[in-house]
Ligand binder design. Sequence first.
Ligand code: OSB
Ligand code: MG
Length: 410
Amino acid sequence: MSILLQQLLHSKDPCAIFSRGMQHSAKILDRQAEQSTPPRISVDGVEIRLVRLPLLEPFETSFGKIDSRLIFLICLSAEGLSGWGEVVASEKPLYSYETVGTAFHVIKDFLAPAVLDGPISSLPDLAKRFAPFRGHNMAKAGLELAYMDLLAQAQKQSLSALIGGERKQIAVGVSLGIQPTPAQLLKRVEHYLSLGYQRIKLKIKPGWDIEIVDAVRRANPDILLSVDANSAYTLADADHLKKLDDFDLLMIEQPLQSDDVVDHAKLQQVLETSLCLDESITGRRQAQAALDLESCRIINIKIGRVGGYSEAITIHDLCAARGIPVWCGGMLESGIGRAHNIALASLPDFTLPGDISASSRYFEHDLISPEVTVASDGTVAVPDGIGLGFDVELGFIERQTETRVYLSRK
Ligand code: OSB
Ligand code: MG
């Protein structure tokens, strides 16, 4: 079990009340940071903001093409602090059933009232309040993320330190969407390799698979290369997918149905290449089932898809105990979601490069400063500043906001 969960699960001290005004006392905060008991946090308000961010280049997968993101931000206010999270749902139910619209409804009508229903004593306390509501992991995660930013600030710690992260730098790769032509794809691959990215992931679908993987591999015999099908195949395509064994791929991500772990196990038996599950792993029980059935040899952990930090850390710990490497996936997040991904990826079992690319790979302007940058050795530095470790660009957020709702205690 991770240090964080141990600390949070064993915290029963009702006296550790983090009341208004205390954040001004460095002494008290320092003492609290040393204690294993997290401060109780009374959330005053939940702000939802929908912020439009155009993508610098369209992103195409087997399920469609987008040219902007409607970024769903959560800001929790408590004790004079603001904690930020991001709901990674898309506008259409293609990657998952959740959308910006469903998350808005579920947060406004069910999850925000649970957050506002008395002081939160720990992450497990928050997770327990959400547990009765079935599904809607991305909505839950947005609130958990914002709470953890608040908690880190209250304890004067970085998010990475709060969850027991160990890495100071994380290895990163880039996920390249389907391009108009193979020549354009080869150019994009060269471009990102020249920037230092440690792993290239190609989106594939029937008709855009063997030939393009062959072309990229021929041009780059030694790179870490993987593919992601976003559920574009079925087990009937096993012979076709077997051709991918010729290209020394690091993994094939989510070739089959998004809720499947049985057919993936059958496919893994006939493939030499490791399978990695993304969409199928919606929580710890799915991760456990996938490991028990040997449906994959690698797991992509997305904090949004699994419902937040408590579930993501549990899956990390489970995989670490079984010797299964994990990596941090991405959902074209703004810098706010990305800052949380960076903290998560600082945990020890995140041994493979994550889909955590530079801000400039996605957007003209990001919502944080400094922006996320990738060093020439293909790493991102884990910030050691308090909370997210980045400043939130409120003025820019305000200018890009399409919808703003503020929910407070009645
Ligand atoms: O399947 O990993 C995926 C983006 C949106 C939805 C699903 C996926 C992706 C990516 C991009 O691959 C990862 C990123 O750079 O954020
Ligand atoms: Mg994926």
